[in-house]
Design a protein around this ligand. Structure first.
Ligand code: HEM
Length: 404
């Protein structure tokens, strides 16, 4: 391991910008870099595409359950709760839990949902015109579509969408003062959303419907019904994973089209060219990955690229860096809407935890961006965008724009 100085991948860095320059140096000089965190055990920052794929596909060596998916070490109670989430548990339990919901996300279901997504995307794009084209894109537009879709799939009625939105902001934005007003607030939000979920679950136990919450309350894992807490954690994972990530990706996509007017003009000219919109969507995903990293913990002594790692030490997999890896992408710093192949790791490095909602997210990003540009080929900033302060979520919390 070489000593690479001037590297800081903790939250303040990301509030300003994505540290692509630091990642380029790390990939070149120190791809398995030891990084300290004040007050916590340090970690290995893994920045090459190939190494991230290898770790993601070896869950028996790289556990998520042992130390959670967060960079910072958790209290034993928090760790216990996180191990009940789909994304926080290891096989073989993970395999059985994932089967419970996988049919709701199967390609056949996504194709069915796509018509609904297109209809809602068109309505949202129309609503921009009704506001004279001037909108705060994050809250008024980008947040709406994923929220509507996931609420419908899970079983939340439309009138409660805004409550889900506020709870998930308070839980995810824990490093950003705009979202979380006090230390306890994130925990309070969790308690409130659990209570909401419990009421919903009790209702579906009596009267099942065609939604995910009904499937969960009636399902058996290893011959047993899921506990209330397990259902709560599942519900929260779906609400948060289905909302924040897609919203941020939609906002990032619009910003990248403001920064690349030639690409935008090309997309407007080819508005009905589905092949173009398919490659463009993959580039939006590569360019604006909404989760920077997930952590894994070594279950035994091993090495990554020859760097020794002891059992219990953590590796943080930087998808954001993998998406610019020059060994995989030609001209990685060029935004190329016709790029193919495009093996980005925005949905993870493969393996058991590969994003369950990838098809759903792709359909939403493509439909909404296309319907917006179809009606409003020009778009510009009317103020400074504001980024979320987080070393985990690639968030844009404020994006004022004028469409015309
Ligand atoms: C652009 C939007 C999205 C991005 C960037 C994204 C990204 C990711 C990533 C990086 C992972 C972890 C992969 C790993 O650990 O190997 C993941 C897992 C997951 N995602 Fe997404 N996601 C998005 C949208 C969605 C949507 C719309 C849903 C729908 C509810 C969803 C549900 C999930 C779930 C449930 C998991 C855990 C899967 C498991 O552990 O088996 N995601 N996502």
């Amino acid at each position: 391991m070489t000593a690479t100085t001037g590297i800081n991948l903790l939250e303040d860095t990301w509030a300003r910008e994505i540290p692509h320059d630091q990642f380029a140096r790390l990939r070149r000089e120190d791809p398995v870099h030891w990084h300290e965190i004040p007050g916590h055990q340090g970690f290995f920052a893994v920045t090459r595409h190939e190494d991230i794929i290898a770790a993601s596909r070896s869950p028996e060596l790289w556990s998520v359950e042992t130390g959670s998916f967060f960079i910072r070490d958790q209290t034993p109670e928090a760790l216990e709760s996180l191990a009940l989430t789909l994304v926080g548990m290891d096989p073989p339990r993970h395999t059985r839990m994932r089967q419970l919901v996988s049919t709701a996300f199967a390609p056949r279901m996504i194709r069915k949902l796509t018509r609904d997504i297109e209809r809602r995307a068109a309505l949202l794009a129309d609503s921009v015109a009704a506001k004279g084209g001037r909108v705060e894109f994050v809250e008024e537009i980008a947040a709406r579509l994923p929220l509507q879709i996931i609420c419908e799939m899970v079983g939340v009625q439309a009138a409660d969408e805004d409550r889900i939105f506020a709870w998930s902001n308070r839980m995810v934005g824990f490093q950003d003062p705009d979202f979380r007003t006090s230390e306890e607030d994130g925990q309070n939000a969790a308690v409130e959303i659990y209570a909401y979920c419990d009421a919903l679950a009790a209702d579906r136990l009596k009267e099942p419907r065609d939604d995910i919450i009904s499937a969960l309350v009636h399902a058996e894992v290893d011959g047993e019904r899921m506990t209330t807490h397990e259902i709560d954690m599942f519900f929260v994972t779906l609400c948060v994973a289905g909302n924040e990530t897609t919203r941020n990706l939609l906002a990032g996509t619009l910003l990248s089209l403001i920064h690349h007017p030639a690409a935008r003009a090309e997309l407007v000219a080819g508005i009905d060219d589905d092949a173009l919109w398919t490659t463009a969507t993959e580039e939006f995903l590569r360019w604006n990955g909404s989760i920077h990293n997930f952590r894994r913990t070594a279950t035994r002594d091993t090495d990554i690229r020859g760097v020794p790692v002891k059992a219990g030490q953590k590796a943080v997999l930087y998808y954001t860096s993998a998406n610019r890896d020059e060994e995989v992408f030609n001209a990685p710093d060029v935004f190329d809407i016709r790029r193919t192949p495009n093996e980005h790791l925005t949905f993870g490095g493969g393996g058991p935890h590969y994003c369950l909602g990838a098809g759903l997210a792709r359909a939403q990003i493509k439909s909404l961006t296309r319907e917006l540009l179809r009606r409003h080929p020009h778009v510009e900033l009317t103020g400074e965008p504001r980024r979320m302060r987080s070393d985990f979520i690639n968030g844009i919390k404020y994006l004022p724009v004028q469409f015309s």
